[in-house]
Write a protein that binds this ligand. Structure first.
Ligand SMILES: [Zn+2]
Length: 280
């Protein structure tokens, strides 16, 4: 699909299952289960939604998913499938990893930054996209290396430290336009350096929401991810994004939605999927 100057391809970067409590926080299970059924272990089906964007001769990958480095125990716990879906999607588009110019991610949790690196046949961890600039909020980077006890399991240094060692991290402080029309908006909330990625062309815009709006049930203004560190801030930033998206008919791409993650939201909160941007 084309949106102004941008050619968009939606992709599944990985598939997994998360505990319903982590996904929906304090929302009672009897309520969220009507929208997202859980299996016998209380796990709900999730996707890591990514996007390949072409613009001005550049290739941008937004969200890389989990990748294939996860240890077996954890991979089993989350029923990991298609760990390197982003690489598969790029291959289908005829794009080699060394042809990716920019890698963006909403934050550095393992299910978003895992695909930044991979294990070579010799077992060494190496960068997946050896020519790409990886734009990272400095607050997110600092927190990932020195976080609270609860967040510790969510940041895996092998995902992102090798990228800095290779000289491929570009630090960002707050809101920034990193390429023409490509904006990073610092939101915080889910993590201190959480950001939303917005592609703008004239009046048109596409926003990758990451965990700020993970799934369609999370379009509700009072619902948030159970993993949010600053709930009040996450809800305020989500409200702002929903207002803007509804007023200007922005295309939203929800970070973990398994069914038609790209669509439009009305002022009343109704969701209309964009049929020209299917997942896969
Ligand atoms: Zn996530």
């Amino acid at each position: 699909m084309r949106v102004g100057d941008f050619e968009l391809h939606l992709l599944v970067a990985s598939r997994m299952k998360f505990d319903g409590g982590l996904v929906f926080g304090v929302v009672p299970k009897v309520v969220w289960e009507r929208h997202k059924p859980a299996d016998e272990n209380n796990l709900v089906e999730m996707a890591c939604v990514g996007m390949v964007v072409r613009s001005g001769g550049r290739v941008i990958l937004c969200e890389t998913g989990i990748g294939a480095k996860l240890d077996q125990k954890r991979a089993r716990q989350v029923a990991l499938r298609e760990p390197e879906g982003a690489l598969l999607a790029l291959r289908r588009l005829g794009i080699r990893p060394d042809e990716v110019d920019v890698v963006l991610s909403t934050h550095l949790h393992w299910d978003h930054a895992g695909g930044f690196t991979r294990r070579s046949e010799g077992g060494r961890v190496e960068v997946t996209f050896p020519r790409a600039k990886h734009f990272v909020q400095r607050t997110e980077w600092d927190f990932a290396l020195d976080c609270d006890p609860r967040s510790r399991a969510a940041y895996l240094e092998d995902d992102f430290v090798p990228v800095a060692d290779a000289g491929l991290v570009e630090f960002v402080d707050g809101d920034a336009e990193v390429l023409p029309g490509v904006e990073l908006r610092l939101t915080g909330g889910h993590t201190p350096g959480n950001q939303v990625v917005v592609f703008r062309s004239g009046e048109l815009a596409v926003a990758m929401t990451g965990d700020l709006i993970g799934t369609r049930p999370h379009l509700r203004r009072a619902w948030n991810s159970g993993g949010d560190l600053d709930v009040v801030r996450a809800l305020a930033e989500k409200g702002r994004l929903l207002d803007e998206a509804a007023a200007h008919r922005w295309l939203l791409v929800l970070g973990h939605e398994t069914e038609q993650p790209a669509g439009y939201v009305s002022r009343a909160g109704e969701w209309t999927p964009e049929p020209a941007l299917p997942l896969g």
